[in-house]
Design a binder for this molecule. Structure first.
Ligand code: ADP
Ligand code: MG
Length: 630
């Protein structure tokens, strides 16, 4: 194009596009889902803007918030058009190529490790999946604040942008012209496109239309009349013609119409638009009327996940604050959930007000440690025509958040209880009424993916700390290869035992053989082995559970409960006997590094041990802090 400006893709984007365009990946289908999801996002944005500024929507056809898909005559080009917010020239440059998204390199890394292309949407680079099926793509876009532009690229490391003088006026929105590769011709059929939309995009909340060619009967007399006859008229004409053209198939119908004069018609091919999705919000339906499959499909639509959700909850909250919600726990944690825990904006839970999408970045809706939860919250109580900033101040959000947290924790608790039940039944050899293997294994999967989130919750959520503590899983000196719970630990406590003993370290083996726990183990106390770096932070916030105090085995004040008089007397004697040694020791070691030297009763075979003061950091904590350079 003359006058087109040329731009270079950001280096990582080029590398990624290279991989995509040359990919032999067999499931290229996903590209359509990604493009429709972008169209839907863009429509959400303009609808949101129009809440506070109605003029943004425009008038007439341009105000129809919809998506249309069609093929050109020779079947080599696929078009997808939305009436979304569109992109300014600047948006086109930034969003489609010159600035790498945070997920770009992570996605590249995954692909190099043989990861699944299906994940692309989760990394925030879904647009580029169009190059799975296209060798040339044009993005024509019109934003209210700018002129109409064409972005174009053959995925060769560069793209061009030019003012659009060839496509006519879009009004507002984006039109993708996808020039299909030779080997992607399967996408040039209406049937395939229908199948894909139905499979992947059924729950998009905007109408999706596909262009289809239909044979219609046109009454001859009306031929001269202007186009766009009423459907009823066509249908009536069709019915009247049955006798002439197709024979009398339906006698009753025929008789009923007999009085009317038959009209002459002729057949004509017409381009029509078929609606592909039922864009009624699924969360408005009764839970009893939604199938498991529909829930899972909707999950994939809202989450950009390709795997099924582990668990979900669909409910309606009533009272002062009314809202409906479907909450999902994914099967896998997001790729950067823990790495970017403190930096990343949350997205997953979408807030709607009266069916209108408002935001998927509402920190006020769910606490950070549960931000892996996906789904929607749709409230009738919140005001619709206010800015996001004003909405954040709404007191109702606090109530919603509280209820959402409860529901999520309930969901998790149920999985956890099922697991415990299964374990108990297995131990007793019972099978009657046992939950399915899938149900029994759910919490194990959850813990593997989100156990750390639960720990972060113990640290961050004082209100629900006890509920969260119930969900903790760990190994102990008695648990063997199975994870155990605090309740189970308490169930096994020795008579008279007041404390829950634990020790943190780098590995189960290290902790199990530590001199700190020698005496405890010898006396038959169960000791929790904490090996995750988070564990000791967690224990810093969890001081007791079910009236039992936690006792860190590496701390100075560790007391064993079951000392008898004889032992106490012996302790005293030993203290006297070694008085000189402890004094000498205190003298020869630098004062600033040593608090006290004591005769200890915690050891069994090890002669001596360095412990931490009651309020000091444990050795394990020191190790972690050094490693993380806090
Ligand atoms: P994501 O959708 O996760 O942001 P994509 O790679 O799919 O990542 O899209 C990149 C960006 O390009 C989007 O965030 C959006 O700003 C812009 N974009 C893509 N498609 C459209 C569209 N149809 N209308 C408006 N903007 C779009
Ligand atoms: Mg996208």
């Amino acid at each position: 194009r003359s006058g087109a400006e040329q731009f270079t893709f950001q280096a990582e984007v080029t590398r990624m596009m290279d991989i995509i365009i040359n990919s032999l990946y067999s499931n290229k289908d996903i590209f359509l889902r990604e493009l429709i999801s972008n169209a839907s996002d863009a429509l959400d944005k303009i609808r949101f803007l129009s809440l506070t500024d109605k003029s943004q929507l425009g008038e007439g056809e341009v105000a129809n918030l919809e998506i249309r898909i069609w093929l050109d005559k020779d079947g080599k080009t696929l078009y997808i058009r939305d009436r979304g917010i569109g992109m300014t020239k600047d948006d086109l440059i930034k969003n489609l190529g010159t600035i790498a998204k945070s997920g770009t390199s992570a996605f590249l890394e995954q692909m190099q490790k043989g990861g699944d292309m299906n994940l692309i949407g989760q990394f925030g680079v879904g647009f580029y999946s169009v190059y799975l099926v296209a060798d040339y793509v044009e993005v024509v876009s019109k934003h209210n604040d700018d002129k109409q532009y064409i972005w174009a690229s053959t995925a060769d490391g560069s793209f061009t942008i030019s003012e659009d003088t060839e496509n006519g006026e879009l009004g507002r929105g984006t039109l993708l012209k996808i020039h299909l590769k030779e080997e992607a011709q399967e996408y040039a059929t209406e049937a395939k496109l229908r199948e894909l939309v139905q499979r992947y995009s059924e729950f998009i909340n905007f109408p999706i239309y596909i262009q289809t060619e239909k044979e219609v009967e046109v009454p001859v007399e009306e031929e001269a009349a202007k186009e766009g006859e009423q459907k009823e008229e066509e249908k009536a004409a069709e019915e009247e013609e049955e006798e002439d053209e197709e024979g009398a198939e339906d006698d009753e119908e025929e008789e009923a119409k007999e009085e009317e004069k038959p009209k002459a018609t002729r057949k004509e091919k017409r381009q029509e638009w078929d609606l592909l999705n039922d864009n009624k919000a699924i969360w408005l339906r009764k839970p009893s009327e939604v199938t498991e499959e529909e829930y899972q499909k909707f999950y994939k639509a809202v989450s950009k996940d390709y795997a099924e959700a582990l668990s979900y909850s669909h409910f309606r909250a009533e009272g002062d604050v009314e809202f409906r919600s479907i909450l999902y726990i994914p099967s896998f944690s997001p790729f950067d959930f823990y790495d970017k825990y403190y930096e990343k904006a949350q997205n997953g839970l979408k807030l709607y007000v009266r069916r209108v999408f408002i935001s998927d970045d509402m920190k006020e809706l769910i606490p950070r440690y549960l931000s892996f939860v996906k789904g929607i919250v749709d409230s009738d109580t919140l005001p619709l025509n206010v800015s996001r900033e004003m909405l954040q101040q709404e007191a109702a959000l606090k109530t919603i958040k509280k209820k959402v947290v409860r529901k999520v924790l309930d969901m998790i608790r149920k999985m956890a209880e099922t697991e415990v039940k299964c374990k108990d039944m297995d131990a007793k050899g019972e099978t009657e009424g046992k939950p399915s293997d899938k149900e029994c294994g759910q919490y194990g999967k959850f813990w593997e993916q989100f156990g750390r989130a639960i720990k972060l919750g113990v640290i961050e959520d004082a209100t629900n700390r006890n509920r969260l503590a119930k969900l903790l899983r760990f190994y102990t000196s008695k648990s063997g290869e199975q994870l155990t719970t605090l309740d189970e630990y308490i169930g096994r406590m020795k008579e008279g035992q007041k404390n829950i003993y634990y020790l943190a370290g780098a590995s189960k083996e290290e902790v199990a053989h530590s001199p700190f726990v020698e005496q405890l183990l010898r006396k038959g106390y169960e000791v929790i082995f904490f090996t995750d770096v988070l564990d000791e932070y967690v224990m810093g916030h969890l001081l007791d559970y079910d009236d039992k105090k936690f006792a860190n085995a590496s701390k100075e004040d560790l007391k064993l409960a079951d000392k008898d008089e004889v032992e106490k007397k012996k302790d005293k004697e030993l203290k006297e006997q070694f008085k000189d040694l402890t004094k000498w020791w205190k003298k020869v070691v630098d004062d600033s590094r040593l608090q006290a030297v004591k005769v200890s009763s915690r050891l069994a075979t090890t002669p001596c041990v360095v412990v931490t003061g009651k309020y000091g950091n444990s050795a394990n904590m020191e190790r972690i802090m050094r490693a993380q350079a806090f």
